[in-house]
Design a protein. Sequence first.
Length: 275
Amino acid sequence: MPIPRSIHIWPNCDKTISAYYQLNSDQLSKRTVESKQGSISNTGALIAKTGKFTGRSPKDRYIVKDKITTKLVWWGDINIPYSSKDFDSLYDKMIRSIKNKYLYVRDVFACADKRYQIGIRIINETPWANLFVLNMFIQPNKNELKNFCHDWLILNIPSFEAVPEIDQTRKSNFTIINFSKKVILIGGSGYTGEIKKSIFSVLNFTLPSSENVLPMHCSANVDNDGTTALFFGLSGTGKTTLSADPKRQLIGDDEHGWTADNKVFNFEGGCYAKV
């Protein structure tokens, strides 16, 4: 088993953490079982319990309201504003909380179309959340990893809970996106879908305005002639099932971009239902 190493949170940053870096799926599964955070089912699948949250908590997703977002975000019950001052305070507290922990770090990409690809460094508290990241996002090859420079940082620390009356959150769990600092904070919830959907929120904001790309919550597949089919629907309505057609190639099952030159690409490295 590899040993933890010192990793800089940001390039050219003096803050470092002790972390397992870029472990493979077998290593992460082994760590999960050995630490009694999960078990192996009779089919060989890894089972992990996410705690009291078995789904996302959209009422606890915030966006920092600043000079970038103030006039461009449709504020309300979906896009809830959060102050830069409170974000900085919460970020500092989260960094202090992980100082003596062994963490799991993975560098990944979002967007299969390299014209729009972004690099993400994800710091996970648990090995099974890092395994989710390995499955869900696009993995860099050796050369890409050697020269990797991340655009966004995600701190995913489920054991860290906010104090609502101090941190100005609704409850102890939170997901907060800061477009100026390109940092996402996730705490109080072990549900890994918060990681995935926070990046979808980032791309929903950046791609239409800066890249002329339409982000879509849909599955997509393509036939041998290059004709693409899109399947739209709310979560749980069958997008993944419908896109799994044996006569067509799967593009992805949940998040895609449609470019100005009429191409459709997956934001992720595959689909939820990996086989």
